[in-house]
Design a protein around this ligand. Sequence first.
Ligand code: IPD
Ligand code: CA
Length: 266
Amino acid sequence: MEVIEILRKASNKIYENVKDLAGTEHAAGDFGRGAGGDISRNIDIIAEKTVLDYLKEINFECVVLGEECGRVELSNNPKGYVIMDAIDGSANAVRGVPFFCSSLAFATENKLSSITDGVITNLSNGEMYWASKNKGAFFDEEQIKVQSRDPIYKIVGINTSGATTDLMKRLCPIFENHNHTRHFGANALEMALFARGLMDVFIDFRDKIRIQDIAAGYLIVKEAGGLLLDADLNSLDADLSYETRVSFIAASSQKMLDEIMGQINQ
Ligand code: IPD
Ligand code: CA
C-alpha cells in the first residue's frame, strides 16, 4: 500500500473512533503531560492508539513521532517518520466546539522539507485534506489550490492563542486594516482551509507551534501552491525534534504576503 493510502486509512480510523466523543466527559479524562508538553486527554490517547494499532497491524516499518506518546520505534529498519498529531485542537474537541482534526505526515528524514505525504481529517465531519509530494493537494477527491483571485472578503487567519502583548502590538494594524481576521483553534485544519482557498493568509508568529501540529499542513499548503515562510520570510523548514517550535506565515500570493507583511509593526 502506498504511504498516502496508509495515512488516509489511519486518519479515517481516528474519525470512526472519536466522532461521537467530542464534548463528552469521557473525552476529557486526564492522562498527565504528553511528549509535546500539554495534558493528554482521553480523546488524544484513543486517537493515537488507533493509529499505533493500525500501523502495527499492517507492519508499517517506521518511527512514530506522536504529540502524546513521543517517539515510538515500530521497526529496526524504518522507512521514515510518521509525524502524528492525532487530535489537533484538543481544547475544541474536549469542549465540543466542532473544529478539530487529525494530522498525520510521513517524512523520510529528520526535516519538515523531507515530508512526502500528509493527511488532515476534519474530525467533526470526516472531510479529508491530503497531499503527496509533487502530486498536488486534495479535498476528498477534488484537487485544491490556494486562492488566486482578489477575494470579495479578504480573510486573514491569525493564531492569537497565548500571544504576548508585544506580538499583539505588532499585529494590531492587521486587525485595524479592514481585514476579516479569524482564529478557529486548530492550526492544522486552519492550514487546510487556507490550502483550499477559504483564507488568504494564515499567520502563527507566537514561536509556540510544534512540528506535529503543522507537518501535514506544511505539505498540503505547498502542494496547493501556497507560500510558506518563517518569521524571517525564508522558506519554512525545521527539524522534527520535540524541542522545536516555529513561527510561520502562509500566503496565497506574493502580493498578499507583501500587503500583510507591510501592515505588521516591526
Ligand atoms: C494546538 C492547536 C492550536 C494552537 C496550539 C496547539 P493541540 O494543538 O493547533 O490551534 O494554538 O498552539 O497546541 O495541542 O490541540 O494539538
Ligand atoms: Ca494534539
